[in-house]
Unconditional design. Structure first.
Length: 191
């Protein structure tokens, strides 16, 4: 298959293959951003199974149906779907896989009535904050975080992650906190 890999919902047989994708993606992060020992941490099998069972886990597959990336999402409330994890094999990067995963989750979220996507990410790495900005996400002010995102950012800081921000993207209809980007020159609070 040339171009973008196919995107589909994960099935139970895919799950044992996803930690290897996650570890390889984590290897791209410099040690000052991902502290020692964090490169080998992966999403728990229990969390993957739950997301698979509820239809919130998408995978990107190559022509041989092998996973080359995945995206795990979790509903936070009736209007917000949170992207908990997205990883793509570095060797498959730059081919639109990550964008295809984001498009799939955005379409599914909108179809289920969610009005926005949220995530936390590194603000300064090109394949993190700047990548998401180019795909319609914007950094959230601390006043927009809500309890779940604020708690996520606190946990990430406690785990030694620095330069983390929360971002959101409006899907459709009125939203809280993501309806439109700020006007140029408006300061942003970086959590």
């Amino acid at each position: 298959m040339q171009g973008r890999p196919a995107i589909r919902l994960a099935v139970p047989g895919d799950l044992p293959l996803l930690p290897a994708v996650e570890r390889q993606a984590a290897a791209r992060f410099p040690p000052e951003d991902l502290p020692a020992g964090r490169h080998d941490e992966t999403t728990s099998m229990e969390e993957l199974q739950q997301a698979c069972a509820t239809g919130w886990l998408w995978i990107a597959v190559d022509a041989s149906q092998q996973p080359v990336g995945f995206l795990l999402a979790q509903p936070h409330d009736a209007r917000s779907l949170h992207i908990r994890e997205m990883d793509v094999l570095p060797a498959k990067g730059g081919r639109g896989t990550d964008t295809a995963l984001l498009d799939a989750v955005a379409g599914a979220a909108a179809a289920r009535g969610f009005r926005r996507l949220t995530l936390t990410t590194f603000s300064h790495l090109p394949w993190n904050g700047p990548f998401y900005e180019r795909r319609g996400f914007r950094a959230m002010d601390a006043s927009e975080h809500g309890a779940v995102i604020a708690d996520t950012l606190r946990q990430e800081a406690a785990a030694g992650l620095r330069h983390r921000i929360a971002m959101c993207k409006a899907l459709a209809g009125p939203t809280t906190g993501c309806a439109s980007p700020r006007s140029p020159g408006t300061p942003r609070t970086r959590a």
